[in-house]
Design a protein around this ligand. Structure first.
Ligand code: IPE
Ligand code: IPE
Ligand code: MG
Length: 248
């Protein structure tokens, strides 16, 4: 039996599998720099790790996987790097959409797609249409995503609904905010994995991560495998989630 299969057995025996795993896929640039290669080579290599994460989540029985692929702040990178990332996005979709569909993945996007160039946006829309109805894994791709922008957008929609008389001021509560976020209807992430050792959230899911367990690994994203994911899940299964209460 392979090492990965053994880890999956341990996860299955270990109790609660996280329903929702979120990942900050970080370290592509450093992976390339270590090899004296241009940064986009690291991004290309990172596509393999995306496949590992998706297939690993399906094997482990995770319901929702949210991948941070490109932040609003990443628009401030050099145009050449942004261009490379956008063509890789198209390439990833062209290469993987059919496989994602046959694996029962339903893709969604979190973020401001209006900032993408038309070709990249069309590719994303094709992916959403092609995978619609998948029941094994919901895959959220956070692209041109900023959590503060997401929350501000929800606040604006709340204000509009109150002003138009569709919502009473007394009904502005946590649920009213949650249902206006990109993640409406989804459970909050149980586990957040960040690769490359950085100990920060970088404007990712600030609302949704309130009680998420954090797992930071030094592994750089292009080197990340399903075994690394399984190790993170096993670590998570050993935690005690208290949600502010005391131990039972
Ligand atoms: C993550 O890798 C991918 C994106 C943010 C798009 P980085 O490009 O941030 O890699 P490092 O952090 O510079 O190594
Ligand atoms: C966060 O990584 C965004 C993504 C992984 C897409 P960054 O590399 O952009 O974050 P910082 O700049 O190190 O905080
Ligand atoms: Mg980075």
């Amino acid at each position: 039996m392979s090492a990965a299969a053994t880890l999956v057995d341990r996860i299955r025996a270990g109790g609660d599998v996280p329903r929702h795993v979120a990942v900050i896929m970080d370290g592509n640039g450093r992976w390339a720099q270590e090899r004296h290669l241009p940064r986009p080579v690291g991004h290309r290599e990172g596509m393999k790790a995306v496949r590992e994460a998706v297939e690993g989540c399906i094997a482990a029985g995770v319901d929702v996987l949210t991948l941070f692929a490109f932040s609003e702040e990443n628009w401030n990178r050099p145009p050449v790097e942004i261009g490379a990332l956008m063509s890789l996005l198209e390439e990833y979709i062209g290469r993987e959409a059919a496989e994602l569909r046959s694996n029962g993945v339903e893709a969604h996007v979190l973020g401001d797609l209006s900032r993408l160039n038309p070709k990249a946006r069309e590719a994303v829309e094709r992916l959403l249409a092609q995978t619609s109805g998948g029941t094994k894994l919901r895959l959220n791709l956070a692209i041109s995503y900023s959590s503060r922008a997401e929350i501000a957008h929800a606040a604006r929609r709340l204000a509009e609904d109150v002003l138009q008389g569709r919502l009473a001021l007394e009904d502005v509560d946590e649920d009213a905010v949650s249902v206006r976020l990109y993640t409406a209807g989804l459970p909050d992430p149980d586990l957040l994995v960040r690769t490359s050792g950085e100990q920060r959230i970088s404007n990712f899911l600030l609302w949704q991560l309130a009680y998420t367990e954090l797992y930071i690994t030094p592994v750089l994203w292009p080197d990340f495998t399903r075994q690394n994911l399984f190790e993170a899940i096993l670590d998570y299964q050993g935690r005690e989630r208290r949600f502010g209460r005391v131990t039972a």
